[in-house]
Write a protein that binds this ligand. Sequence first.
Ligand SMILES: *[C@@H]1O[C@H](CO)[C@@H](O)[C@H](O)[C@H]1NC(C)=O
Ligand SMILES: *[C@@H]1O[C@H](CO)[C@@H](O)[C@H](O)[C@H]1NC(C)=O
Length: 329
Amino acid sequence: MWKFFYIFILFEFINCDDGKYQDLQFLFVHGNDPEEFDAFYFNETQKLISHSKYDKNQPTMLYGYGYTENFLRKSTQTIIKAYIKRGDHNILVVEWSKYSGGNYYFDAIPNARGVGDKVGQQLWKMKDVGFNLDNFHLVGHSLGGQLVGFIGRAVFKYSSNNYKMPKITALDPAGPLMYGINGMIWKPLSKDDAKVVHVIHTDSNFFGAPSRCGTADFWPNGGKEQPSCPKANWDVNNEDNFCSHRRSWMYYAESVENVNQKTFLAVPCTSWSDFQNNNCPGNETSSRGFMGIDAAANLIGDYYLQTNPNPPYNRGSRGIFFDEIDENF
Ligand SMILES: *[C@@H]1O[C@H](CO)[C@@H](O)[C@H](O)[C@H]1NC(C)=O
Ligand SMILES: *[C@@H]1O[C@H](CO)[C@@H](O)[C@H](O)[C@H]1NC(C)=O
């Protein structure tokens, strides 16, 4: 076992050659069709910033999809549609579909780390051609939630530890084989990967990160399983098992779509059972926050809320008072 482990580490070092990941792209979605984009290799970012539809003064959302996913998958498309509807962001997607699949442990996780490093290096270069990194928001789901952590960490590294990306939002960042003993190898998403790291936990029992990993962590419905989702087990061939994991991007997309209203009110709390008993010390109005795109940068710690079991998921101000009926839907 240990012999194998060391060979694996060695393999990892050999793997770190610079020739890899030359074909990564940024996909720029700028119209009303969520499936339509212009693609830019990293040596073409000058063209991206001079694109007539790229608005340097608007925030830019850079999205990372997860394991085996790609641009056309429902999670990616739902997030893009929500941002199109919102209409106040440049929308970029990391095109890494050639690397996001394969064996989860031996291909996809190391590739997420390698791709993250490359993208971070690239972002740090892009500031020299006029991109304002302070306007960037990294968003990722599942392994993409880990990818955006690696990106943020790489920007910090390539800036000689001088600059951190302003904000990461990780949507149920991948948990399996990333934590515990594996955490020492992979060093998964942490609160240090950007100035602000928001994490939405929806499936921390199975496919999501098991514990706190942001500057602020949100635990809708307790963060372990989501209402109206079937009871999950480890069978990855059963689509039902991803129900809670997927809610993370559904909640987030709903918050993005609601331009005129802040959604998903949440309270700081110590645990789900305390929340269920309306026993959240320090829950006064001033310490409440919102989950999703409206989450304020200064939130710190764990936040709890309840959602509706079906869309629209946002319960507004009712979301901070536990309602047993809806939970047992
Ligand atoms: C840019 O990168 C792509 C992908 O590696 C490559 O095919 C292309 O030749 C490069 N273009 C220039 C101008 O270097
Ligand atoms: C907030 O605290 C007050 C007083 O301590 C309590 O009555 C109320 O139920 C709490 N609300 C929540 C959501 O915990």
